[in-house]
Design a protein around this ligand. Structure first.
Ligand code: DSN
Length: 436
């Protein structure tokens, strides 16, 4: 039997894991920061679409002695001794991830989604090669060709957009650009696109021009895990993702790939772009994969979508406009121009009521990037807290009151204070990290 089997539940095993008392004693300043953040999570509504509330089990793995180990390489092929225990964490994590997504190959070592994307670029392209991806201004990601990022500096990035009328990806334009520029990689995936992506169509286009299809599933991989939306795995050469969004694991990245690309992907992660993997994080990813394989997780994933739809509908009823007319996923992009408020004003006013969200550009935004016309809202955290559609309708109404309240005027400030109280009452019914 392996060493870990001795630590069976119920046995009196000394566990040198998260010991908050030790932190309070040794470093009360940082202990205070940790407690303040917990209180922030408990006391407010987290509507940032890319965030979630991990389980105590994931947090325990993160706060474990696995953090100490150097383990460059892969299970059974490490550059350091003493890796026999951490090897198990990675092997278990890999097996669970492959089973969950039906993937031929997995790499759980990327430190983040951006690191996973760097590795995928490295596996399939060389500096100067062309990559076709979604425009950042229209919902893409920094690593999809932004000039301030490796992807735009080291690669020839060509961007596709959404259609101005429907605000849906313009697949005809993707094909035209692919035929014109012959990219090495085509990327499907976004950070602020509320609709399902037609992976089969992307595959067809990639095949037509001999490109690799990379799906950046960072945002929605958790919905795929819960079988709430279609999977990109059968269509993509490689799927990159984060593990901390809807998926509710530790902050980090991962890559799923076809077996034919396994060697190239693994080499591109280590030694090309990373050194020692974060084995505590790899173990926490394994925990998250186990959690995501449970029936309760599938119910959660479906509820995440129902909640995002209820939130978008509620905000539309308050006079705002949901980009593309709604959402099929965990997020909605909201155009605030109909109510004459900027995204920045909305974010700041909501902050004062402990509703946390982010300002966001909308497609074809006439306003500058630092003063965008919209906000992005998401439902993963509130769903994890157990909230349902009726709660989201209440959140929409509170959010609308906050956004419309003119901070700095007597009436506006009174309204913001009232909303803050209502937010407190709402979250006390379904708290994050409930006490006791
Ligand atoms: N920062 C993430 C998001 O909020 O969507 C993407 O990396």
């Amino acid at each position: 039997m392996s060493a870990h089997s001795e630590n069976a539940p119920g046995q009196d095993v000394p566990f040198w894991g998260p010991d908050f008392g030790a932190l309070q004693q040794e470093d009360p300043e940082i202990a205070g920061v940790v407690l303040d953040e917990l209180e922030r999570l408990r006391g407010g509504l987290q509507l940032i679409a890319s965030e979630n509330l991990t389980s105590p089990a994931v947090l325990a793995a993160l706060g474990s002695t696995l953090s100490n180990k150097y383990a460059e390489g892969y299970p059974g092929r490490r550059y350091y001794g003493g890796c026999q225990v951490v090897d198990q964490a990675e092997e278990i994590g890999n097996a669970r991830t492959k089973a969950l997504f039906g993937a031929e190959h997995v790499n759980l070592q990327p430190h983040s989604g951006a690191s996973a994307n760097l590795a995928a670029y490295a596996a399939f392209a060389k500096p100067g090669d062309t990559v076709l991806a979604m425009d950042l201004k229209q919902g893409g990601h920094l690593t999809h060709g932004s000039k301030v990022n490796f992807s735009g500096l080291w690669f020839h990035a060509v961007s596709y957009t959404v259609r101005e009328d429907s605000e849906l990806i313009d697949y005809d334009q993707v094909r035209d650009l692919a035929l014109e520029h012959k990219p090495k990689i085509i990327i499907a995936g976004a950070t602020a696109y509320p609709r399902l992506i037609d992976f089969a169509r992307f595959r067809e286009i990639a095949d037509e021009v001999g490109a690799k299809l990379m799906v950046d599933a960072a945002h929605f991989i958790g919905l795929v895990a819960g079988k709430a939306i279609p999977s990109p795995v059968p269509f993509a050469d490689v799927v990159t993702a984060t593990t901390h969004k809807v998926l509710r694991g530790p902050r980090g990245g991962m890559i799923l790939a076809r077996e034919e690309h396994a060697k190239a992907i693994d080499k591109a992660v280590f030694p090309f772009s990373q050194g020692g993997p974060l084995m505590h994080s790899v173990a926490a990813k394994a925990v998250a994969m186990k959690e995501a394989a449970q029936p309760a997780y599938q119910a959660y994933a479906n509820q995440v979508i129902a909640n995002a739809q209820a939130l978008a509908k509620g905000l539309e009823a308050e006079g705002m406009r949901a980009v593309s007319g709604g959402t099929d996923t965990h997020l909605a992009l909201i155009d605030l121009r109909p109510i004459g408020v900027t995204g920045g004003e909305a974010e700041a006013r909501c902050d004062l009521t402990r509703i946390t969200l982010n300002k966001n550009a909308i497609p074809y935004d006439p306003a500058p990037p630092m003063k965008p016309s919209g906000i992005r809202v998401g439902s993963p955290s509130t769903t994890t807290q157990g909230m349902v559609e009726s709660d989201m309708a209440e959140i929409a109404s509170l959010l609308a009151r906050a956004v419309k309240a003119e901070h700095g005027t007597t009436a506006g400030d009174r309204e913001l204070a009232d909303v803050a109280q209502a937010v407190s009452a709402l979250v006390s019914r379904a708290p994050a990290y409930p006490r006791g």
